[in-house]
Write a protein that binds this ligand. Structure first.
Ligand code: SF4
Length: 318
């Protein structure tokens, strides 16, 4: 049998989204403006390479605001924080820069608004994820988390005619709609969010993977294990017909045996991944005969967000 023709399909859009770009630039500018150390609550974005690079430049990553010395500067990550975290920071006189992605802030506003209108809010998301903790923390007495299918049966609402679902921004679109259908079987009057909570970047990256996966023997997703949107890309690739799919932080993590008998390799990356890591992977693949690269483009992204106002004010002075 002749060897398969080797080629790479490269998904576009992939990699950095507007919220990640803004959060990373925020920490870089804070380091330039104020000098190290700049404290960052949680990983600024869920990517090992990004976090390590910023750490080398003087960012200090902490789990909670109470680990930050009194009066110091702390940046809140792109995933958002609950009001309780803002209160902790204020109690320690911390100077804060909030790098929460505006699309996460939008979901926070929705949670606050529907809690004020006394809805029961069913928040579809992954238990323990920072974003979900931040959103739920806006209205803990109104929000119930729905993660797995079995959670649907555990939901208890006060008035079935006043229930709305919201979601984490980085979920699988299809899996979320499955969960909504299950919830709607229990609560037929369940209301939809006023606009999509799963963000444009998450959706666009999934659409691009779906387009290329049926033609791929293997799909490699560059991203970290704690990156929700990156993990979803692996799942979406498999469901869309890729024979195999793996998540790697770096090219050197790809195992040679994954390429056995593989003709077409699909490549993409999560929303927190700088493109130089994808270029490293393409170079690694080219060394193994996969030098022929075709881009599969499904959307043209031009979204950018302004830096946090606290930082913009400071940058204007300098
Ligand atoms: S993945 Fe979406 S919600 Fe998250 S930072 Fe990027 S744009 Fe914002």
């Amino acid at each position: 049998m002749s060897a398969p023709t080797k080629r790479v399909l490269l998904a576009k859009p992939r990699g950095y989204c507007a919220g990640v770009d803004r959060a990373v630039i925020t920490v870089e500018k804070a380091l330039e403006t104020y000098g190290p150390p700049v404290y960052v609550r949680k990983e600024i974005v869920h990517n090992r390479h990004v976090v390590e690079t910023l750490r080398e430049r003087g960012a200090v990553f902490v789990d909670e605001a109470d680990e930050v010395p009194e009066g110091a500067l702390v940046v809140f990550s792109a995933h958002g924080v609950s009001p309780a975290v803002h209160e902790q920071a204020a109690a320690r006189n911390l100077r804060t820069i909030d790098a929460t992605c505006p699309l996460v802030t939008k979901v926070h506003f929705e949670a606050k608004r529907f809690a004020k209108e006394d809805y029961d809010i069913l928040l579809i998301g992954h238990e323990g994820h920072e974003e979900v903790e931040g959103t739920a923390g806006e209205a803990p007495e109104h929000v119930q988390l729905v993660d797995k299918a079995e959670d649907v049966d555990k939901v208890v609402v006060r008035d079935p005619s006043k229930v709305i679902w919201l979601s984490q921004t980085t979920l699988s679109v299809d899996e979320t709609m499955e969960r909504v259908d299950q919830l709607r079987q229990r609560f037929p009057d369940l209301q939809n969010p006023p606009s999509d909570d799963i963000c444009y970047a998450t959706q666009n990256r999934q659409v691009a993977v779906k387009a290329m996966a049926p033609s791929c023997d293997l799909v490699l997703v560059v991203g970290s294990q704690n990156s929700s949107n990156s993990k979803r890309l692996v799942e979406v690739a498999l469901l869309a017909g890729a024979r195999a799919s793996h998540l790697v932080d770096f090219a050197h993590e790809v195992q040679e045996e994954w390429l056995a008998g593989v003709g077409t390799v699909g490549v993409t990356s999560g929303a927190s991944v700088p493109d130089n890591l994808v270029m490293d992977l393409l170079a690694w693949l080219a060394e193994r005969g996969y030098g022929d690269v075709d881009e599969v483009t499904t959307a043209d992204e031009r979204i950018a967000f302004a830096l946090p106002p606290e930082l913009r004010k400071e940058l204007k002075k300098s």
